[in-house]
Design a protein around this ligand. Structure first.
Ligand code: MN
Length: 260
């Protein structure tokens, strides 16, 4: 596969008009961006050996693109497979698949506005999945994570003997219901899932969810009360326009750091 476009804005490929002639190159550049997204989340320690990134198929909203069960740091364009929303691969190429692909399919099914999903176990985030202290924005660049981040507990509906992995569509849909119309959902004793309108959106949100968790934890360790961002401050920085300020700068920066 020849990939000529080094940096493509997913919001363009998903929201702009794509002529028939550019279809193949469009799919190639989406796959290229998905590989870059994988490398970034690995490089920034959002994902380690585990975790995954997907994007809705640019030509078919009932499918999504996701690697086979490979660590994000190692994902190459040829590792990207196509899936139905229920997690069925179009061609598994004999590969082992991520067990937790229902996370992706259920969110795409529930949220037509979502075009990309990251699932990860970022170590800084996990404490907030098991504590009563809420994970809320405390730093300006993290306003994008949203004002209320729900915590989904798999045991609430599926009992105390699961592996904690979201391995069925029923579990995925329950997670998607808890995500609601937000960007982030924490998963008790497990990690988190981030949904957004494009790859840049979910990658930056995942990074700053982790950064914000670390800073909040450090602030809590200093003792006394911490100050969260005010609602008006969060609102002022949210919405597509506010969030996209500096998008290409951040994408270029994180891509370069990740060796792309
Ligand atoms: Mn997981």
């Amino acid at each position: 596969m020849v990939i000529s476009v080094k940096s493509v804005t997913i919001s363009q490929t998903h929201y702009g008009k794509v002529s028939k002639g550019s279809r193949m190159s469009d799919l190639s550049s989406v796959i290229d961006s998905l590989v870059t997204a994988n490398r970034i989340v690995a490089h920034e320690n959002v994902c380690d050996a585990y975790g995954h990134v997907s994007v809705r198929h640019p030509d078919n909203p009932n499918r999504y693109l996701l690697a086979w069960s490979r660590s994000p740091e190692l994902v190459e364009p040829e590792d990207i497979l196509e899936y139905e929303l229920d997690g069925t691969p179009i061609d598994a190429k004999g590969r082992t698949l991520y067990m937790e692909r229902p996370i992706h399919g259920a969110i795409y099914e529930t949220r037509p506005d979502v075009n990309a999903v990251v699932h990860n176990h970022a170590y800084a985030v996990v404490p907030f999945t098991i504590s009563e202290t809420p994970l809320k924005p405390v730093m300006h660049v993290a306003a994008r994570i949203g004002d209320e981040i729900p915590v989904w507990d798999i045991a609430d509906k599926f009992g105390e003997e699961t592996t904690l992995l979201v391995s069925t569509m029923e579990q995925g849909r329950d997670l998607a219901a808890t995500l609601g119309d937000g960007k982030c959902v924490l998963m008790r004793g497990h990690g988190c899932t981030v949904a957004g309108y494009g790859l840049e959106d979910v990658v930056l949100t995942s990074i700053y969810l982790q950064v914000n968790a670390q800073i909040l934890m450090d602030g809590l360790k200093l003792g006394g009360e911490v100050k969260y961002l005010h609602q008006g401050e969060i609102d002022a920085r949210r919405g597509r326009e506010g969030e996209q300020v500096g998008f290409s700068r951040a994408w270029e920066y994180f891509s370069r750091r990740a060796g792309r």
